[in-house]
Design a protein around this ligand. Structure first.
Ligand code: NAP
Ligand code: GDD
Length: 342
């Protein structure tokens, strides 16, 4: 029988790849979207169909993690087999500007959704998008047993979501899991995250549209993987017999300067000729080094990351160069179909 999934954050990087994956596996997919004054569905327009077509399997619903009543109503109506909670205010630097809002979406938003599942009496499997930012100041390599030491309002909010997910698993016997994902990127990455900012700037410098790139801390080390591989890992966490928590990572760390080097070099440029320091991008407290140990996911989920940072940088630079050339975004191959919003 056809499985039904609900994805929050479907308009984001991971949500769009996960929706593609689930549709390819034959799922009926329901996505939660926020009402905005401009369209925020660019990343999923290419998979959206007319909702009146008999073979449509992607449905979008207005909702917000700040609106628990709406979540409970949607859970009852959709009655999903699997719920993926990917929605969040996901930018670490922004969380210092908006700590309270980050807490109510990225943190308390998760309990609103879990409570909606519980109150609706839906028997489903639940995935929580937890983050390596929870490890913060704990030195690498980090795995499922590493103590949390978050260094931002975002990291603190994710620790709350992690523990409330475990609590619902233990208190109510829910099949609720945490995927503790290290940084993962793609051409669909938001433009203010450092890898995409670099890739986009390389494309624009190459095209003669700009001549400098302003960055903050170049020494921070991250474990950067490729987003499409990570959404496969999320799905696998909900297919095993017992609920558990897993780290997804490549196991290799590179500095921001390294990533800039890979990206500029791919375009035949020397990064030091273009990158400038701007203190405005430095965070009040920084996470110096995140390098994950994905052994558990490899052993129990048969999951591993293949794409590493040098190749990832090349994929992202190529996509941004192509997007500039066709004045668009690289993942859209169909005209926009926005009938759901009318
Ligand atoms: P993203 O591109 O920033 O997408 C975030 C999504 O959340 C968007 O669809 C956004 O909707 C939605 N959202 C934000 N606030 C919401 C609210 N109050 N109610 C409902 N939806 C809301 O993030 P991502 O990179 O795909 O990451 C997905 C999840 O994994 C996030 O929870 C993130 O914190 C977590 N995570 C990401 C990484 C990574 O490296 N990418 C690593 C570890 C964990 P709009 O389009 O309307 O803004
Ligand atoms: N965004 C940004 N912009 N970061 C910069 C810049 C800049 O101009 N210059 C240096 N950096 C450094 C940041 O200080 C940080 O150390 C590193 O680049 C990565 O920053 P981001 O790309 O913004 O990602 P993040 O690691 O803070 O957070 C991402 O990964 C987390 C998982 O570890 C986000 O996707 C989070 O949602 C996710 O949980």
């Amino acid at each position: 029988m056809k499985k039904v999934a609900l994805v929050t954050g479907i308009t984001g990087q991971d949500g769009s790849y996960l929706a593609e994956l689930l549709l390819a596996k034959g799922y009926e997919v329901h996505g939660l979207i926020r009402r905005a004054s401009t369209f925020n569905t660019t990343r999923i327009e290419h998979i959206y169909q007319d909702p009146h077509c008999p073979d449509t399997r992607l449905f979008l619903h207005y909702g917000d993690l700040c609106d628990g009543g709406r979540l409970a109503m949607l859970l009852s109506k959709i009655n999903p087999d699997e719920v993926y909670n990917l929605a969040a205010q996901s930018h670490v630097r922004v969380s210092f500007e908006e700590p309270e809002y980050t807490g109510t979406t990225t943190g308390v938003g998760s309990v609103r959704l879990l409570e909606a599942v519980r109150l609706a009496g839906v028997s489903c499997r639940y995935y929580q998008a937890s983050s390596s930012e929870m490890f913060g100041a704990s030195p690498p390599p980090q795995n499922e047993l590493t103590p949390f030491y978050p260094r931002s309002p975002y990291g603190v909010a994710k620790v709350y979501s992690y523990w409330i997910t475990r609590n619902y698993r233990e208190a109510y016997g829910m099949f609720a899991v945490n995927g503790i994902l290290f940084n993962h990127e793609s051409p669909r990455r938001g433009e203010t995250f450092v890898t995409r900012k670099i890739a986009r700037s390389v494309a624009r410098i190459k095209a003669g549209l700009e001549s400098e790139l302003f960055l903050g801390n170049l020494d921070a080390v991250r474990d950067w993987g490729y987003a499409p591989e990570y959404v496969e890992g999320m799905w696998r966490m909900l297919q095993v017999d017992e609920p558990d928590d897993y780290v997804l990572a490549t196991g290799q760390g590179y500095s921001v300067a390294d990533f800039a080097g890979f990206a500029f070099e791919h375009a035949g440029l020397n990064w030091q000729d273009y990158v400038r320091f701007d203190e405005g991008y430095v965070r009040p407290t920084e996470v110096d080094s995140l390098i994950g140990d994905p052994t558990k996911a490899h052993q129990l989920l048969d999951w591993k990351a293949d794409v590493r940072a040098p190749e990832l940088a090349a994929i992202m630079v190529d996509a941004d160069i192509e997007a500039l050339g066709c004045s668009g975004t690289p993942w859209i191959d169909k005209p926009a179909l926005m009938s759901w919003a009318s």
